[in-house]
Ligand binder design. Structure first.
Ligand SMILES: *Cc1c(COP(=O)(O)O)cnc(C)c1O
Length: 817
């Protein structure tokens, strides 16, 4: 086939040109005119006009990648928590104000439109949001990177609070169509399940399988202030047989579509939990579905410009975001060895050079394992390959270690205790040339505790890459008032080089800057206050201290420590209402995993405490407690810029990094936190005097655990704490159901609480008093807030991705010239 150059309209981005584009897209894309258009139609037409302006860059980036035969990074993640795209794309293209004006000239308020866009919530929390920040940073740096994942029809559930309880409703985010994606029906791969293996000649064949097609949907990922763009490719399941026609003709309509529905279930739903694997078999199918299509796709792309696998490892880096995509390893071995007939040793050598793996948790119960029997049934060939990898690995280690059988049992890919299971993290480590933790502390503990044997065997594999966040979304987009102020004082370059924020240090004593800084924060607080009044019918005073704990509800994150302090403070205010209290609004937001009973009870407790406190006339504005429902990226963008205080109070040694801590500090909130995860590095960067650090360190937590943690003693010795806990136990906050929170009491006091809430209570309460004292002095507070923003340079995802690119992936930015 000969190809001709396409001639198309070169789009510019004046207000006038945008206005015509929107009109064109309304007419020819949406099929409506200004009279019949609904607000959603305007959003769709405007989004298409923006997308049109990204496509030429996208084509150019792809063409240059092929021309320069670059090494590409494949970032594999079961989750991408993207949020909204419209404003992000406008800011990346630098056409935000023009678009606003163009829409205004058509009689449309852009701020109304942006609120109509649904979040793409294809993730649970920090892990998925990290993947989304990384896509933004890779594109901005010009790294040839592809995100690969699943196009879930239903993303993270929507959370409502009804009578104080979490109610989950499905998130059908595609209802109104998705203008940002391009369906690619010509890109489909067969994914097999079940069946059996046979040896034919030299090779193993996997036969008698059932199958489903994986179809690609591509989303453009624009880089900021560059024409480089990347691709997020998400797979959707398509049945190989649309309809069982003979069943249909017999009148058995249900059966006629059953098989289709069953196979397409694979990409139906995101599992609402990132720490334990639920719905096990379907979850395993999802993991395999996604990595199989991805490995087939990267082989196809490589083979477009190469005829042998000789340079495969020089052209491809595969990154595993946690263990969920680990089946990519046996799948790529299978494709290379069984299908492309590459010798086993050569295939394994390339895999070891191509793969890298990020660990996200130290909690042993959250490390993923799969039942050997289930794997044998669903993926028999992969299980054989895993056994073979294990046999070779253990043989090598046995020879080196003088056959230390205890150690061999510990590091084996197969857990032989009880029901045999495959340890996915072990497979990831054995196949990867680099394994990283996500903060300095986490990386240290990882090699000291859960992966100690591996760190002795492969010391050169283990490394740290501290997480980061994209300043484009989390400052430029989320806080227009603060980013405009920063632009005015130090220019706009901080968006691409966050270390530029250090220049704000010179302004720390500039009274006019401090005043403007306080005013920016105040505007963000007012915006939030108005939204709370509209949507939750709660009124709060924007001049109160806004104290935020926003993150998934989990015992290790210790929302309970925060609630206990709220209760103690409530009792203190009631005892001395006339004292000079610093007015506070304590806000919580976060979802509880559907099956996590305790987390749901914690939400209930927050609701009951809030009902009591907010309606107590003795308390008034001195203390308010608010639970903001449906935490997700858009809620985070609204709420984080309004924070004065950031609660990062996990038990030391449990939070791998945290990224919420970074977003809040970047927005000028002061952190009250433990020395855990990235809090430690934030503390080094912004100065301990600008944070409120409290509580046991990770080493002290270990020591306390070894010595024997006795919470009942703490309960008995601290009268204020005892009263608060007794109120929880006896139904003071839940008179309609006095025993509702009895389990919380017993968990904290009698059952040895593994998160040691009471051990840190006294120090936490003292730190909260220090917070009040600082807040009473607005100048001191603002100086600390500015120091926080100024110190956040190193927490840009651009720094993080730079480290991955140089130290792990060995990829270079594309030459865009
Ligand atoms: C940043 C972010 C998280 C992670 O927050 P942590 O406090 O680090 O747990 C979770 N959910 C959303 C929507 C986020 O934006």
């Amino acid at each position: 086939m000969t190809t001709v150059d396409l001639e198309f309209d070169q789009l510019n981005s004046t207000v006038d040109a945008l206005r015509r584009s929107i009109s064109n897209r309304m007419m020819y894309g949406v099929g409506k005119d200004a009279v019949t258009a609904h607000p959603h139609d305007w959003l769709h037409a405007a989004a298409l006009a923006v997308r049109d302006r990204l496509v030429a860059r996208w084509m150019k980036t792809t063409r240059l990648q092929y021309e320069q035969d670059v090494k590409r990074v494949y970032y594999l993640s079961m989750e991408f928590l993207i949020g909204r795209t419209f404003t992000n794309a406008l800011l990346a293209l630098g056409i935000h104000d023009q678009m606003k004006e163009a829409l205004a000239s058509l009689g449309v308020d852009m701020d109304v439109l942006t609120e109509l866009e649904p979040d793409a919530a294809l993730g649970n929390g920090g892990l998925g949001r990290l993947a989304a920040c990384f896509l933004d940073a890779m594109a901005t740096l010009g790294i040839p990177g592809f995100g690969y994942g699943i196009r879930y029809e239903y993303g993270m559930f929507r959370q409502q609070i009804v009578n104080g309880e979490q109610v989950e409703t499905p998130d059908y985010w595609l209802r109104a169509g998705n203008p940002w994606e391009f369906p690619r029906p010509e890109i489909q791969y067969l994914v097999h399940f079940g069946g059996r293996t046979v040896q034919r000649d030299e090779h193993v064949e996997w036969i008698d399988t059932e199958h489903v097609n994986a179809m690609a949907y591509d989303t453009v990922i624009p880089g900021y202030a560059t024409s480089a763009t990347n691709t997020l490719r998400l797979w959707s399941a398509r049945a190989t047989e649309e309809l069982d026609l003979s069943a249909f003709n017999r009148g058995d309509y249900r059966r006629a579509v059953d098989a289709k529905n069953m196979s397409e279930n694979v990409s139906r739903l995101l599992y609402p939990d990132d720490s334990t694997s639920a719905g096990r078999e379907l979850r395993l199918r999802q993991e395999y579905f996604f990595v199989s299509a991805t490995m087939q796709d990267l082989i196809r792309r490589y083979m477009r410009t190469h005829s042998t696998f000789g340079r495969f490892h020089e052209k491809v880096a595969v990154h595993l975001n946690d263990t969920h995509p680990v089946l990519a390893i046996p799948e790529l071995m299978r494709l290379l060895v069984d299908v492309h007939h590459v010798p086993w040793e050569r295939a394994w050598q390339s895999i070891e050079q191509m793969f890298s793996y990020t660990n996200h948790t130290l909690m042993p119960e959250a490390l993923e394992t799969w039942d050997v029997e289930m794997l044998a049934r669903l993926l028999p060939r992969h299980l054989e390959i895993i056994f073979e990898i294990n046999a070779q690995f253990l043989k090598r280690v046995g020879e080196q270690s003088g056959h230390d059988t205890e150690m061999i049992r510990r590091i084996s890919l197969i857990d032989e205790y009880g029901q045999r299971r495959v340890r996915m993290a072990h497979l990831a480590i054995v196949a990867s040339h680099k394994v990283n933790g996500v903060s300095k502390l986490h990386s240290q503990l990882m090699t000291r505790d859960i992966f100690a044997d591996f760190a002795r065997l492969f010391p050169e594999r283990f490394t740290n890459v501290t997480n980061g966040i994209t300043p484009r979304r989390w400052l430029a987009q989320a806080s227009r008032p603060l980013s405009a102020l920063i632009d005015e004082r130090i220019g706009t370059h901080w968006r691409s080089d966050l270390f530029d924020l250090a220049k704000l240090r010179d302004l720390a004593d500039d009274a006019s800057f401090a005043e403007a800084f306080r005013e920016a924060k105040r505007q963000n607080k007012i915006r939030l206050t108005q939204r709370l009044a509209q949507q939750l019918k709660v009124t709060v005073d924007p001049d109160a201290l806004f104290d935020l704990q926003v993150k998934r509800i989990h015992e290790y994150k210790r929302q309970l420590l925060n609630v206990l302090h709220v209760i103690v403070r409530y009792n203190q205010i009631r005892a001395e209402p006339e004292k000079d209290w610093v007015p506070r609004v304590v806000m919580f937001a976060g979802k509880a995993a559907s099956a996590y009973r305790m987390a749901k009870t914690i939400i209930r407790l927050i609701g009951d405490v809030s009902a009591k406190v907010n309606h107590d006339p003795l308390v008034g504005d001195r203390l308010k407690v608010v639970f903001v429902p449906n935490y997700g990226v858009s809620v985070a963008e609204l709420i984080i810029p309004a924070a004065d205080l950031s609660e990062q109070i996990s038990t030391a040694g449990t939070e791998a990094s945290g990224t919420g801590n970074m977003k809040l500090a970047l927005n000028g909130a002061l952190t009250i936190g433990t020395l855990d995860g990235a809090n430690i590095e934030i503390c080094d960067a912004v100065g301990r005097e600008n944070m409120f650090i409290f509580g046991h360190t990770a080493d002290e937590v270990d020591a306390l655990r070894s010595a024997g943690y006795r919470p009942r003693q703490l309960y008995e010795e601290n009268p204020e704490l005892r009263v608060a806990l007794d109120q929880i136990r006896t139904g003071f906050f839940s008179p309609d159901d006095p025993l509702r929170f009895a389990d919380i009491f017993h968990t904290l006091v009698d059952w040895g609480d593994q998160y040691m809430v009471l051990a840190d209570f006294a120090a936490f309460a003292q730190a909260q008093n220090d917070v009040d004292a600082r807040f009473r002095d607005p100048h001191a507070w603002t100086r600390s807030a500015i120091a926080n923003v100024a110190g956040m340079g190193q927490f840009s995802a651009d720094r993080t991705i730079g480290e991955y690119a140089r130290g792990i992936w060995h990829v270079k930015p594309l030459d865009m010239s």
